[in-house]
Design a protein around this ligand. Sequence first.
Ligand code: GDP
Length: 243
Amino acid sequence: MFRLRSGYQGRGSHPAHPIYCWLCRALASTPMSSFKNPIVGLCQQASFLISAAKVDQCPLDSGREVAFAGRSNAGKSSALNTLTHANLARTSKTPGRTQLLNFFTLDDERRLVDLPGYGYAKVPIPLKQHWQEHLEAYLSSRNSLSGVVLMMDIRHPLTEFDRLMLDWSQASSMPLHILLTKADKLAFGAQKNALLKVQRDVRQDWGDTASIQLFSAPKRQGIEDAQRVLARWLGLDEPAAEA
Ligand code: GDP
């Protein structure tokens, strides 16, 4: 912690003193990146746990988990990898795992879940139905599910399935956080306008169901905000108990 030297008496009232003013400005402009989110360390030790094609194949429903969902190509894998500083999503994309729920362990009590990307045109209808059925079963029955991060391409937000996720989230009071991905594809002003529009549309149709932010994997934009949400949902933002 920063302390003024104990012998320093100051001159007049502190706020008017130039050194004090400089110090205040310096502290006020300290970048948020100096905040060390515990989720970062945990994610670095993340490891693949299991793939589940059905709810009864999911790991024990204890502790907390956060699921990542999004239409195919919305940038889910890139967001997951960027947020965790790990290559988790590649594991999910290995053949045989793409239509399943992929679980990653962070520690004994915490997991991340990569949900299959929806909107895949080439998948046969029966597989689509199977997936939808089991995804719904997972979403509605999983006690440890603490929140869902929903990726939407900023240029194509609120697709039909995004709307279904919002409906479900509202009906089940499940916290939902939307990342408007590929924000770097738009100029700054257009990003802000897109964010405001999605915020307005979501508020109008689903009230306060979801929080929404801009995100770009290559520009590393919005990482800390998203990590803060993950930390909160995974119970990592609680102050340490007094010794
Ligand atoms: P997924 O199918 O939802 O997992 O999407 P991917 O993460 O595989 O991304 C699909 C495509 O979009 C890839 O070519 C990525 O490189 C690209 N992409 C993903 N996120 C971003 C982003 O934030 N900005 C830009 N410009 N491209 C992105």
